[in-house]
Design a protein. Structure first.
Lengths: 124, 167, 393
């Protein structure tokens, strides 16, 4: 079983190796130009950059990431469910369907609550 | 081979875990934590727990840590400055850590499972995803529903906590 | 002789064959990426009634061959450009971000079966039983390259592009993850090679019409009655009703894949008119090239996943037992690889066609589509499939 994953490890090494070699090749082969303050400054369409650093962003992005985690966990439970679904029904009946349905319905309350509170409404 | 890989990834995991604590830049700490989770997933693979390994990457490294990064960027946290630490603080901290380590090693030394080697899988072609599915829906149906309720509470909590911003 | 013996030992054999497969696949993908860029420029030019790149040909000869030399010239140019690092960036993350965005796209390829077998070696780098979950896990790591590029650049446009992009990617990951679940309910496995074999026997996921009895010999014999029988054997009420959730799955997965790979109409992270270049605004030379490569490699890998899950993978349509008459083993293996890449190229052309046809969404529309429409539709779709599988035979 572990042998199945040895090629994955080798593949990781090849992919990382390729990216590193490409980067190094560029540093070695690429031109090196002169630096000057204008070239060094951040790109702002030719204007003199205002307010150094990053702007603040909407808390909605953070909210989306949080809700994503919660529903991602729900999806993770669905994979083993889907894989055994037909075998399980053949073996011990449709309890598996109703069990998942109630799980999803419980979570849908949260989903509806989030929508009603406008958590996913970006136009406001 | 399996054992060697197990130790390599364990050491990698511990090294990155130390990075989480010792790196000054919060983004570096977060990325170290991502690498810790990936190395932990590799350790799970060497222990034949493939489903857990992939869920570890999918949920922790791929979802939870994105949130961490977002928060670090939202708050615009910068690298910590070096501070002078008083010798008495060093001493106190060392005592707490030493005491804790001593207590844990005491417990571990008396634990019989430690001296067991990992038994081989009885069936090498065992499909652990199907195994998890069968166990979950046959024996742990009620806990499964309770997890649903927990996730519901978390969803409501998330929305409530950020409600001030939403209005 | 001695070396040959060592090479044939099972462990050593596994290592060098998988290394060969990895390197070979990487080379094919690199070639495919550069010619996808060429196709993109050429098709976009046709759609906009222009000529497109048509001058670069074989050097020193003056032969232009429709500009087919352009990708090679582009690659060389990017390799020889200055790798400029602006003064205010965080150097470590600025260097590492392009790699973090390219490597996951390449890693996805590890579990995709790109052919049946050649010389008895299965044409998949790693046949793992959690196949699809591996794809999602690895591609979810692709977010970091983009976020870190935006953050490390220490500039406003890349930062906003990075945040937008990651938020969009995680939102559509939900739709992506939910939409494929009916496929696994039908196949009962997460392993991609097994899903391809299932489709070879029972018909493609989006086109499930033939059954095991059908062979190439039977088709060539022209016995209409016997052929029709193998088709009707594949039919049952359950089969026909399952068609509905399968088509819905396919459509959601396809559209979510556009959003995952930041392709138009979901290309807000690099919306030229508002964010310049998005997260890679401050990059030049190979850093930029790796982002570009990662984006197209992700598109190819995504097409590969779609082909494998819904369009029969490497299998030739209408041959449940995989026998190609009059074609010897090695050649049949090559034909299967060809079929896989032909399907991918067809999907890539579709991707390009859509990009130059459909206008861009607004950000609130994009989020609404992902969280309201696709999320709900995918959930309902799963239970349609569940009820059909449980109660209709």
């Amino acid at each position: 079983m572990l042998q199945d994953y040895t090629p994955v490890l080798l593949h990781v090494i090849i992919a990382v190796g390729f990216a590193t070699v490409a980067m190094i090749a560029n540093i070695v082969l690429g031109r090196t130009g002169k630096r000057n303050p204008t070239k060094d400054s951040v790109y702002e369409c030719g204007m003199v950059p205002e307010m150094a650093g990053q702007p603040r962003f909407s808390v909605k992005f953070y909210l989306v990431a949080m809700l994503f985690i919660l529903f991602d966990i729900e999806i993770v439970f669905m994979y083993p469910w889907a894989v055994v679904y037909q075998d399980f029904i053949a073996e011990s009946g449709t309890i598996i369907l109703w069990s998942m349905l109630s799980f999803v319905l419980i979570l849908l309350f949260g989903y509806v609550y989030a929508i009603k509170k406008g958590a996913l409404d970006w136009s406001r | 081979m399996q054992l060697a890989l197990f130790w390599i990834f364990s050491i990698l995991m511990l090294a990155f875990a130390l990075g989480v604590v010792f790196l000054r830049n919060p983004v570096s700490s977060a990325m170290s934590l991502v690498m810790t989770f990936v190395a932990l997933a590799a350790v799970f693979v060497t222990l034949d727990a493939f489903f857990i390994a992939v869920v570890q990457v999918l949920v922790y490294a791929g979802a939870v840590m994105v949130l961490f990064l977002f928060i670090i960027m939202l708050l615009d946290l910068r690298a910590e400055k070096h501070r002078k630490v008083r010798p008495s603080a060093w001493l106190g901290g060392g005592l707490v850590v030493g005491g804790f380590m001593a207590a844990i090693s005491q417990v571990i030394a008396g634990w019989s499972a430690l001296h067991q080697t990992k038994p081989e899988l009885s069936d090498p072609s065992f499909n652990d995803v199907a195994g998890v599915g069968f166990t979950l829906f046959r024996d742990f149906n009620l806990p499964f529903q309770i997890i649903g309720v927990l996730l519901l509470v978390a969803t409501v909590g998330v929305v409530l906590l950020s409600r001030k911003e939403l209005k | 002789m001695n070396i040959l013996n060592v090479m044939m030992q099972p462990e050593v054999f596994l290592v060098w064959t998988s290394l060969a497969k990895s390197i070979g696949l990487l080379a094919v993908i690199l070639g495919l990426v550069s010619y996808t860029v060429y196709a993109e420029r050429k098709i976009c030019a046709w759609i906009q009634d222009r000529v497109g790149p048509n001058r670069t040909g074989i050097p020193f000869t003056g032969i232009r061959i429709q500009g087919l030399g352009q990708p090679i010239a582009d690659a060389l140019k990017l390799l020889l450009k200055e790798n400029f690092i602006p003064a205010e960036v965080n150097k470590f993350y600025y260097y590492i971000a392009p790699k973090l965005s390219m490597v996951p796209a390449i890693l996805v390829l590890a579990v995709l079966p790109f052919g049946s077998s050649l010389f008895g070696i299965p044409m998949v780098i790693a046949d793992v039983n959690i196949g699809v979950l591996y794809v999602f896990a690895v591609s979810s790591l692709g977010v970091y390259g983009i976020v870190l590029a935006g953050w490390a650049s220490n500039s406003k446009y890349p930062f906003l592009g990075g945040i937008r992009s990651s938020s969009q990617m995680i939102s559509y990951e939900l739709a992506l993850g939910l939409s494929v679940i009916p496929v696994f309910m039908v196949c009962g496995t997460l392993s991609l090679p097994e899903i391809v074999l299932w489709q070879r026997e029972n018909g493609w996921m989006v086109f499930p019409i033939w059954a095991k009895g059908l062979t190439w010999d039977l088709i060539l014999s022209g016995d209409i009655g016997a052929i029709a029988q193998t088709f009707t054997a594949g039919f049952s009420l359950q089969r026909i009703l399952l068609w509905v959730p399968m088509i819905i799955s396919f459509v959601i997965f396809l559209i979510a894949m556009f959003a995952e790979t930041n392709r138009a109409p979901f290309d807000l992270p690099e919306a030229e008119q508002e964010l310049v270049g998005g997260y890679h605004t401050e990059y030049s030379g190979m850093g930029f090239a790796l982002f570009f490569l990662g984006e197209y490699a992700a598109m190819i890998a995504g097409s590969g996943v779609i082909v494998t899950l819904f369009l029969g993978g490497w299998s030739f349509p209408l041959i449940p037992d995989g026998s190609l008459p009059g074609i010897p083993g090695v050649l049949a293996g090559l034909v299967n690889i060809g079929v896989f890449f032909a399907k991918i190229i067809a999907l890539l052309i579709f991707f390009i066609w859509v990009r130059w046809t459909v206008p861009r969404f607004r950000y609130d529309q994009l989020m609404k589509l992902g969280w309201y429409v696709f999320f709900e539709l995918a959930l309902v779709n799963i239970f349609i499939a569940a009820f059909v599988l449980a109660y209709i035979k």
